[in-house]
Design a protein around this ligand. Sequence first.
Ligand SMILES: [Zn+2]
Length: 341
Amino acid sequence: MIARDLIKNVSAILPFNLSVWAAKPHTVAVFYHTICKQTSAHIKHLYPIVTPVQFEKDLDFLLKYFEPIDLKDYIAHPTPSMGSKPRLLLSFDDGFREIKTIASPILLAKGIPATAFVNPDFVGNNDMLYRCKASLIVDKAMLQGKTIATPPAARQVFPTERVSTSKFCRWIMALGFGQQDLISELAANFDVDIGCYLREQKPYLNLDEVIELSNKGFTVGAHSLNHPNFANLSLTEQIRQVKDSLSWVTSFVPNQPKAFAFPFTNYGLSADFYRYFFSENPEICDVFFGTSGYKPTSTHRFTHRTSLEVKGRSAKQILKGEFYYYLAKMIFNRHKVNIPL
Ligand SMILES: [Zn+2]
């Protein structure tokens, strides 16, 4: 990780053109979560936001170097024609409402296709990603100053009367998918009403909005049912999360490609998982997407994406770092990602 950051920092002074010329990407996949003017409490403590102004700048830059491509075209033609610009696949994870209200009008005006990867359990604001719940609690805790009275649900971990707010918040943000009962207890301790927040703020798209996006030419893919960390699931549950979320898309949104973006990361998946979907049951999913940056793999059916949400960095700076890091790995022949098929 240190080498990665070092190379990315050094690459800041090197030209972008050179990185594209040397890395010769044929497809670059990038993703955001949301585009908004001001951050909301449910994402405030998760990742930096990209404003509409920065988003437009990113897109104008991307259009100079890359040819945006629709996900259906990518699946139909995984290899680009000779001599064309590198292709760009743009996507949004988690199905937040701003994809429709803010991002889609900008993308339609510029003629850029994109894919929304949604979690069926969150569409319609019936539930929320557990990390968004944690962000709401942290937001409330931080209002109380440098220390807080230790909430009852945290007494086992912090046995003192009061606890440092920053220490407490770091602990909450590190809680996992399997600790959602504890997150619910903590929310109650802080009078954070998740149901009320979902009803009033409506952070996620509802089904009508998802269908409206698809009618306007956006594609819709699956992002698991409820956003677990796959590394902590059994193979059976991993398969269920992929199959059932893809079935949901097929059932409710007409004419969509079968595309799945891993929640968090694909890190830790077994060869059995890949064998199940790539060799034994290839009809279930056309293409999987990871989140490991610019990292070409041995099959177009598994494509890694680069997050364009990095504090203080534009799309140009982020992608330049990715390409130079890829080139550095090439020197040591560590740039190839083999997906076991
Ligand atoms: Zn996600």
